[in-house]
Design a binder for this molecule. Structure first.
Ligand code: ADP
Ligand code: ASP
Ligand code: MG
Length: 412
């Protein structure tokens, strides 16, 4: 039987009624003759609640226990989805990550899937089971402990299953009907795209567009998974939603495909560090070991052998970054006058493969922000994106102005 992977995000399984609605969509595909693997998220709000419990209990928590706690939301929805399908007379069974087993690295809270053996689930399909419901977001480490895949990780579970089972398609059901030129919550001028290239989706996701987890796009690109994003609340058709596909499948594309933003950024500045060979390694080595995902880096001009080093990282890693730097200072590996964290910043980015061949795109971005009176704090660019850090209060304004400047309301 051909296999289909269907993933339902938090809002799509937020209540028992919504689970019923989602199960009906699964039933439609079973009736077409597919063996279906359903990946579920926790009910919306549930993972945040569990993360809150962890933080209230232990601010610098043991990541193994964090994973044991925050993975539990998905266990509930997997069981409920299997029961709902059984009530509809669809033969279904649920699996937690360790039961498959979804084998991951031991990088707790941010683990990577290494392997998904298919024999357990395939054996059940062979016995007449029609739907395997798998708890997303979770796996098991080589040490046998529960791991999670980073926030939004159920998308990655879905794509990894689609690759492992050579599924015909991986459909990501969510609360929007596809991938838009920017988050439709920020401007009603946002347009749904029928298709988007893997490379563009990868950048948009990594720069904050929460609609797909970055790693899921990476996997889809590597294993050539047909990845589609569509609404769980509207009627489905074979053309619905947005297809994430190879660049070659897109006839015409805009210079800028979309605007992404992330409000979860922090800007950290080490004031007055010695400007000497090896200083960057002495700073960023310990940060990496502490699991801090450093994004933008700026080193100031040095004066009298000392300089300031600024970097950005996710806001929830500020405490870990501070501890890593204080520990390095205590070991005498680095010496700095002060570490200042600015947590009132946001990152705004424009993304498009057309930027490879068009000059002046970044300049137009800077001019647009200037015209709005928005000060740029840090800039980074790569082949197909430009990102700026701005004061968080200007984030929406910056996104709207850039969406207008690049005429994204005309995109399709
Ligand atoms: P789920 O719970 O289904 O995984 P998410 O909340 O993770 O859903 O992702 C869907 C949300 O992503 C949308 O509600 C939307 O606000 C947001 N989003 C951000 N950028 C985009 C974009 N470019 N296109 C569509 N949605 C986006
Ligand atoms: N429930 C997890 C989260 O909120 C995983 C997911 O929904 O994709 O991050
Ligand atoms: Mg999500």
């Amino acid at each position: 039987m051909p296999v289909l992977v269907m993933k339902f995000g938090g809002t799509s399984v937020a209540t028992v009624d919504k689970i019923k609605r989602a199960a009906k969509k699964v039933g439609v595909e079973v009736a077409k003759g597919y063996d279906v693997i359903v990946i579920v998220s926790a009910m919306s709000g549930e993972t945040n609640k569990l993360v809150g419990f962890v933080n209230d209990t232990s601010p610098l928590y043991d990541a193994r226990e964090y994973d044991a706690i925050v993975s539990s939301g998905e266990n509930v929805t997997a069981g409920l989805m299997a029961l709902t399908l059984q009530e509809m007379d669809v033969p279904a069974r649920s699996w937690q990550g360790w039961q498959v087993p979804v084998q991951t690295t031991s990088a707790h809270a941010n683990a990577r899937i290494e392997e998904i053996p298919t024999d357990n689930i395939n054996a059940k399909f062979g016995e007449g089971m029609k739907v395997a419901v798998v708890a997303g977001f979770q796996g098991v480490s080589p040490e046998g402990r529960i791991t999670t895949l980073g926030r939004g990780g159920s998308d990655t579970t879905a794509v990894a299953f689609a690759a492992a089972f050579e599924a015909e398609r991986c459909d990501i059901y969510t609360d929007v009907d596809g991938v838009y030129t920017t988050d439709p919550r920020v401007t009603d001028k946002a347009r749904k795209l029928d298709k988007i290239a893997f490379e563009e989706m990868l950048e948009l996701a990594s720069l904050g567009a929460k609609v797909l987890q970055t790693r899921s796009v990476e996997l889809a690109m590597r294993y050539k998974v047909r990845l589609r994003v569509l609404s769980s609340f509207e009627e489905q058709s074979d053309e619905a939603g947005t297809l994430v596909c190879a660049e070659e499948e897109i006839m015409e594309s805009n210079v800028v495909a979309g605007v992404a933003f992330s409000r979860d950024e922090a800007k950290m500045t080490l004031i007055s560090v010695a400007d000497r060979p090896g200083i960057a390694a002495a700073i960023f080595g310990p940060l990496a070991e502490a699991g801090v995902n450093v994004d933008m880096i700026v080193q100031n001009i040095s004066e009298e052998g000392r300089t300031d080093m600024t970097f950005s990282c996710p806001i929830d890693q500020v405490k870990h970054a501070q501890k890593a730097m204080d520990d390095a200072k205590a070991r005498d590996d680095i010496n700095f006058h002060d570490l200042v964290a600015d947590t009132d910043v946001a990152k705004v980015s424009i993304v498009g493969i057309g930027m490879r061949s068009h000059a002046g795109v970044a300049a137009k971005m800077f001019a647009t922000l200037r015209d709005e009176g928005i000060n740029i704090k840090v800039i980074t660019t790569s082949e197909i994106k430009t990102s700026v850090l701005v004061d968080r209060k200007y984030m929406e304004l910056a996104v709207q102005a850039l969406h207008d400047a690049f005429e994204l309301e005309k995109a399709a």
